[in-house]
Design a protein around this ligand. Structure first.
Ligand SMILES: Cc1cc2nc3c(=O)[nH]c(=O)nc-3n(C[C@H](O)[C@H](O)[C@H](O)COP(=O)(O)OP(=O)(O)OC[C@H]3O[C@@H](n4cnc5c(N)ncnc54)[C@H](O)[C@@H]3O)c2cc1C
Length: 688
């Protein structure tokens, strides 16, 4: 749909997560010369959605995250948009971060931990800084294969150094060299010519056979040797699968076929050993995408092979750094600067506006009305949502508070006294104002983008919505998550963890909360207190999730869920000895390691930390279970002429729930409207 009437088209964006922000940035891009009059309608007091964070106003200025976030080096569209947004902020010497790179902390290593003969052993994976930077064209299929084989060569070199196996390792060397040779000699024909792919597959299979024989002949390799074998096996099986299934040069049909197979089954089918598929490295991949149906970690994890491989290929095709951590709260680094840019461009954000219903026109062809519940009214418009957090050297960070700024609201005193959570679906709060009815025929909007994920969209969908909507509601699954933030008065070294400075760890299958980030970098933005903690750990994992939502009148559901999240946190601490061996007292976690300004004792110290159950329909992590991509709609396939979808849950390309997916989807929705599309970077369907 190209809107080119010469009159500013009014676009209503429903929801204010990352996908919505990306769509709004693109629609308000100066390139479109003000063709779009954009308004975002967002419930509650902040933007960011799953990436939202808030600063504690009681204990200034603790960061409370919705869930920990890292940005991968292949997030080309996200980096491009964020670079542009940062560049557009007016110069301000007090602003701590002038570029997105300054606001992030680059990483070159990732950790997992495995149990071997009853002992827990950390496993650090180093992923070196690569030439170039995020946003440059991705490697071609042949370059990607060569990168994987180069790493295999390096691994075999390390096996070589295990004296006992030197002779066999040199055979491996010859085979990997042969495979690299095959790839480089036929690179220009590779992928397009199935026959030539078979030559490479044959070379890779020889390498795979050698590796398996080698492993069988050496059942008691050192841990390093065993891990190298697992990593090579994983890389080689992925490469064989990618060539055999045509996924290095993906087409929609090829990816759709692979998406009917589960990722581990696909690896096995292409020759990966059981030891590899069951390794903690593969487990960590699943854990980072909360891949457990209904959050049940005792069930096998589940990810589509096609989507899984596309993401794996993009991820390992990174330029610069493999991933980046946040240098402050996710909302401060991402949503706050974008909000400031949008506002300067004239985009309106209506906070405290909860979309309750989409109403189609009589002929059912378009959205005619949008019913919106007004949760609160502002004393003076516009609502000013940000606060400033002081830092060292006269710097200050614009940030989101963890609650509405009550003094700006007519109902502020009541909201505060009743401790109302306006983001909760189960809040007992009743709207103080009659609903707002946006009407297309009154010129309230022309075009609508819904950036609300399926579990929440279902609640506002028209009864008469096309059958495809039912398919997406029934098949695109999402899962509740729990996160715990621990402020500690022990440094990382004092915890007993020595394997990796500044760790990001996943795959800790001793408990439900299996992912741990060292988030100490954000502490410098928690000033305002006399005493300060020295370390911050963020922990998260899936929570058990029932498919049916509890009724909205179950006002106690959030409290019960918070209790469950707290229990998961307490269980994590009990199980944390493999990570933090020095934080034990009488076989238990030593609570005195937790920071407590008023020196609380025992469990009370844990209760002073922060934990959250992400249970709201739109806060659940969107999964990519086998065979579900076919229920993901394209941005412009809504069944209504003036309605577009965005969100990490649409068919945006890689189809895994991630920040980059949200950004791409937002750009796709905006592109469908403007008629002057912004190119999508690193689109798998244009890989060469
Ligand atoms: C715990 C956790 C950790 C994660 N970690 C990472 C990570 O490290 N790296 C990464 O790349 N990705 C990560 N993700 C995924 C990432 O957060 C999401 O992919 C991304 O934020 C999705 O953005 P979105 O715009 O699609 O949806 P959302 O963020 O869900 O946005 C939806 C918006 O709509 C609003 N809304 C909902 N209903 C209504 C309504 N009725 N009226 C008005 N507004 C409404 C919501 O409040 C929200 O603002 C993580 C997700 C979770 C849950």
């Amino acid at each position: 749909m190209a809107v080119s009437t010469g009159i500013r088209a009014k676009v209503a964006i429903l929801g204010g997560g990352v996908s919505a922000l990306a769509a709004a940035l693109e629609l308000s891009d100066p390139r479109h010369r003000g063709a779009f009059d954009v308004t975002i309608y967002q419930l509650g007091w902040r933007l960011g959605g799953k990436c939202a964070s808030g600063r504690d106003l009681d204990m200034p200025f603790r960061i409370k995250e919705h869930g920990p976030h890292i940005l991968f080096g292949f997030y080309d569209n996200a980096f491009a948009l964020l670079r542009e947004a940062y560049a557009e902020l007016p110069p301000d010497p007090a602003r701590p971060f002038n570029t997105i790179e300054e606001a992030l902390v680059p990483q070159t290593s990732f950790a997992t931990i495995e149990q071997v003969d009853g002992k827990w052993l950390p496993w650090v994976l180093s992923l070196p800084k690569m030439p170039g930077e995020t946003g440059e064209p991705p490697p071609t299929g042949a370059e990607w294969l060569t990168r994987i084989l180069d790493w295999a060569r390096e691994g075999i070199g390390q096996l070589h150094s295990e004296a006992i196996v030197a002779e066999l390792a040199s055979d491996g060397h010859r085979l990997v060299e042969a495979a690299i040779h095959a790839v480089s000699n036929i690179a220009s024909h590779l992928l397009a010519e199935p026959v030539i792919n078979h030559v490479v597959i044959a070379a890779l299979k020889l390498l795979q056979r050698w590796l398996h024989d080698f492993r069988e002949a050496h059942p008691s390799l050192s841990d390093d040797g065993r891990r190298i074998c697992i990593l090579i096996d994983l890389g080689v099986a992925s490469a064989i699968g990618a060539l055999a299934d045509g996924l290095l040069l993906p087409t929609r049909e090829r990816v759709a076929a692979a998406n009917e197979v589960e990722y581990s089954t696909w690896l096995t089918r292409h020759g990966a050993q059981r030891e590899t598929v069951q390794s903690t490295v593969v487990r960590a991949m699943y854990d980072t995408v909360f891949a457990y149906p209904q959050g049940d970690i005792t069930r096998p994890p589940n990810v589509e092979a096609g989507s899984g491989f596309l993401t794996q290929r993009a991820m390992l095709g990174y330029h610069g750094f493999i991933f980046w951590k946040m240098g402050a709260g996710t909302g401060d680094v991402v949503a706050a600067p974008i909000y400031q840019v949008l506002r300067a461009r004239g985009v309106k954000v209506e906070f405290f506006h909860r979309v309750d219903a989409l109403v189609p026109s009589e002929d059912g062809g378009e959205i005619a009305q949008i019913r919106i519940g007004r949760q609160a009214s502002v004393k003076r418009s516009p609502y000013e949502p940000l606060i400033q957090v002081p830092g060292g050297s006269d710097q200050r960070l614009d940030a989101w508070p963890d609650r509405p700024l009550y003094d700006q609201l007519d109902q502020g005193a009541a909201l505060k006294a009743q401790q109302i959570d306006l983001e909760s679906r189960w809040t007992p709060w009743t709207d103080p104002l009659p609903p707002l009815l946006l009407d297309r025929s009154n010129g309230d909007f022309d075009v609508v983008i819904t950036a609300i994920p399926p579990a929440a969209l279902k609640l506002i969908a028209p009864d008469s919505a096309p059958a495809s909507w039912l398919g997406m509601f029934e098949n695109i699954a999402s899962v509740q998550t729990a996160s715990l933030q621990l402020w500690m008065n022990r440094s990382l070294a004092q915890t007993g963890w020595t394997a990796l400075a500044d760790p990001t760890l996943s795959g800790f299958d001793a408990c439900q909360l299996d992912t741990w980030f060292d988030a100490s970098d954000v502490l410098k933005w928690e000033g305002g207190r006399d005493q300060l903690p020295v370390q911050m750990a963020m922990i998260c994992g899936p929570m058990e999730t029932s498919i049916a939502l509890p009724p909205q009148t179950d006002h106690d559901f959030p409290t019960r869920s918070q209790q469950s999240a707290f229990q998961l946190g307490a269980t994590f601490l009990q199980a944390s000895a493999p990570l933090w061996p020095a934080l034990r007292a009488n076989q238990n976690f030593d609570m005195s390691a937790l920071f407590s300004p008023d020196n609380a004792q025992g469990e009370a110290r844990l209760r002073e930390q922060y934990w959250v159950a992400a249970i709201n329909p739109s806060d659940r992590y969107v999964q990519t279970l086998v065979g579900t991509s076919r229920f993901r709609p394209a941005a412009n396939k809504t069944g209504y002429r003036n309605l577009f979808f965005c969100g990490d849950w649409i068919d945006y390309g890689f189809n895994l729930g991630c920040f980059e997916g949200a950004v791409i989807s937002g750009l796709q929705a905006a592109n469908a409207i403007t008629g002057d599309p912004r190119p999508i970077l690193n689109d798998p369907y244009s890989w060469r």
